[in-house]
Design a binder for this molecule. Sequence first.
Ligand code: OXD
Length: 308
Amino acid sequence: MAIGIIIPDRDPQPIVSELKRYLGEEIQVYPHITKVETITSILAWKQPKGIFSQFPNLELVSSLGAGVDHILEDPSLPSTVAVTRIVYENLGRSMARYAAGAVLQFHKSLLAYYQCKEKKNWDRNIPFEVEMRIGIMGMGKMGQEVGKLLLAMNFEVYGYSMRPKFIPGIRCFSAENQELSNFLRRINTLICLLPLTEQTRGILNASLFAQLPPNSFLINLGRGQHLVDSDLIAAIDQGIISGAYLDVFNVEPLPPDHPFWILPQVYITPHIASITDSVKAAKQFALNHQRLALRKPLINRIDREVGY
Ligand code: OXD
């Protein structure tokens, strides 16, 4: 029951050292994995596509992050393999602080004041407070943390998820009850925290933007593939979206010639809204590896049918 670590874009050492504190099993790190038949659990992030078919005894693949789209999209993943993700309280809280920061920048027009400073312009005509009716798409653990913090800041908060949810203080709508339009017509600020699935790919598109009031805000913290980039640019041109905070992109790093870099209404951060702590990830993965051996239910196991 050996372990495979396949995280080519990160330093695996902190994870390996941490795993050794909990597990006696052999740990093999990509690209130096030699005994493929011994590996039953893999921790993966941005793994080379097709790699899972090399492991005949694979039982568990854990994402190193909260998203599992990179794993589920890999056609080499056998249908019997359990998939888990790493989520813990502070990851959600960190995401919530990012979302709240972006909301406040729009709410208090802070970005406009930064631009004024560049021109030494003392402008007291900028709206000092913009009304925000905030809708969160994706009411899983992350979405709920974001909602909780925004509620505590006394914002009006709505939620939208694939299946109906009941969350104190947040009026929730669902895809299952076909309530997207009903949700969108109440809000002027949209935060996307959806998982990436076939149903949600490209959901931030022209038809959705057309249902928002003029001068709305978009904060995308899910995946770049939720957004149709050209539709956002058109929505900005049409005055539907007056500010967009984007942390995730269709292509990462965002190519230097992408129009988002020069659009003044678009604010960019390089996929840092909430970063998984290697030590916490290693601990959760080790626990699941042990639970697998004992045939106990796995922590943060996702439903492969629905994709989250
Ligand atoms: C994640 C991410 O899924 O960082 O955790 O995008």
